[in-house]
Design a protein around this ligand. Structure first.
Ligand SMILES: C[S@@+](CC[C@H](N)C(=O)[O-])C[C@H]1O[C@@H](n2cnc3c(N)ncnc32)[C@H](O)[C@@H]1O
Length: 390
């Protein structure tokens, strides 16, 4: 993978913004004895109020940003999820939709439009980013103003039990992860140090909680990691998921993200892990390049997500590729609906469907984990189910 040096340079204001965030990170490093864990670094550069990548005003999504997500491609993805969510709400006899990490609001806007004739009682949005909340409001107001009054932005997880559908597209991959390296004798926690005005990798013996989690992971994998193996682990993920799901008394939750089963994420050949940095549609491996101006992500271990949901009292209803879920939701009907029309919008829609479905695009890299509580969907969630691989 390429490193930062050949990436497009930012403008003066963006560089100044990044420098301020680097200063904040350096102060944190100093305050914590010269070493900041990678999870704390990721948290700082993505979510520091007013400065972090998601908290501040960088464009992020779409052609003018750093990466493209499925809802940003057009409206087909949202229409597919609308059919799944609408089917669940009908079967439940009504309820809410809670979207976590709604990004630019593209999914919420198109999904509400698709459900205009039978909308959810309320559409709740929960996002850590104040900047994005405002963008979400504008996107919904522009696309489906008549339903804006049904949308509520939450400051915290819902306190009261609710029924309905929870949606999280590309949120799990944005949660801070620890990075580790297996040494010949010990396990190392990788973190960040400040040296000669630069941020750089640092290593120290893994704290007991990380070492124990890795021993547990090795036991689940059935073999130890080889010396030198480097990867990531989301130690905060299970608590976050269980808190998120706790109030969903009855209904369906869909987690859509890139990643795989534990065996795929921690495949022995993946010796450098899955950490990826996204800047201006380039993927590279330098997390210290322009802090605050690039996204940092790691693959989602869906085996761990499924286990956390099951521990939280949920049934794992499906695990499948994005393509197999979208096919079950009738994506080909979207495509066939416009057959014969020779307008440019139709062409864009065909391209969108291809990107959503093709294995080399989002179709197989992205997976969907569906979990339910007190609810058994009467409609197919996926054409092909891979739960036995989790
Ligand atoms: C990669 S973006 C995905 C955005 C959108 N779902 C999409 O697919 O275009 C991650 C989103 O998750 C939000 N996010 C990250 N951590 C979160 C958390 N702990 N709670 C709620 N939202 C979070 C970010 O602010 C951002 O909106």
């Amino acid at each position: 993978m390429q490193t930062g040096f050949d990436l497009p340079p930012p403008g003066a204001a963006a560089r100044e913004h990044s420098d301020r965030l680097r200063g904040l990170v350096e102060a944190r490093i100093a305050a914590s004895g010269g070493f900041l864990s990678f999870a704390d670094y990721m948290d700082a550069v993505l979510y520091s109020p007013g400065l972090g990548y998601y908290s501040a005003g960088a464009r992020k999504f779409g052609a003018a940003g750093d990466f493209v997500t499925a809802p940003e491609l057009g409206s087909v993805f949202a229409r597919c999820l609308a059919r799944l969510a609408g089917g669940a709400l009908r079967q439940l006899g009504g309820g809410l939709i809670l979207e976590v990490g709604g990004g630019s609001g593209a999914l919420a806007a198109e999904l509400l439009l698709a459900l205009r004739d039978a909308p959810p009682e309320r559409y709740l949005m929960l996002d850590v980013s104040g900047d994005l909340r405002e963008r979400q409001r504008q996107a919904i107001a522009a696309r489906v103003p008549e339903l804006l009054h049904r949308v509520t932005w939450l400051d915290a997880l819902p306190a009261d039990p609710w029924q309905g559908v929870l949606l999280a597209n590309e949120v799990l991959d944005a949660l801070p992860v620890e990075r580790f390296r297996i040494g010949p004798d010990t396990v190392e926690q990788l973190g960040v140090q400040a040296a000669a005005g630069q941020l750089a990798w640092a290593a120290r013996p893994a704290p007991a909680s990380l070492a124990a989690a890795l021993r547990n992971l090795e036991a689940q994998l059935g073999e130890p990691f080889a010396a030198g193996y480097t990867s990531e682990i989301g130690l905060r993920q299970a608590d976050w998921l269980q808190a998120l799901l706790a109030s969903l008394a009855r209904g369906l939750a869909l987690f859509i993200d890139y990643g795989g089963t534990r065996r795929e994420v921690y495949h022995p050949g993946r010796r450098e892990g899955t950490l990826a940095c996204h800047y201006c549609h380039r993927q590279h491996a330098d997390p210290f390049f322009l802090p605050g101006l690039q996204d940092l992500t790691a693959w989602v271990d869906f085996s761990a997500v499924a286990r956390a949901a099951a521990d939280g009292g949920f049934d794992v209803a499906a695990y499948a590729t994005q393509a197999h879920v979208l096919l079950a939701s009738g994506i080909l009907d979207d495509l066939n609906a416009g057959v014969g029309a020779a307008d440019p919008a139709r062409l864009l829609e065909v391209q969108e469907v291809q990107r959503l479905l093709l294995p080399g695009e989002m179709g197989e890299r992205f997976k969907v984990l569906a979990v339910t509580r007190g609810f058994s969907p009467a409609f197919p969630l996926a054409l092909r189910d891979l739960r036995d691989r989790l």
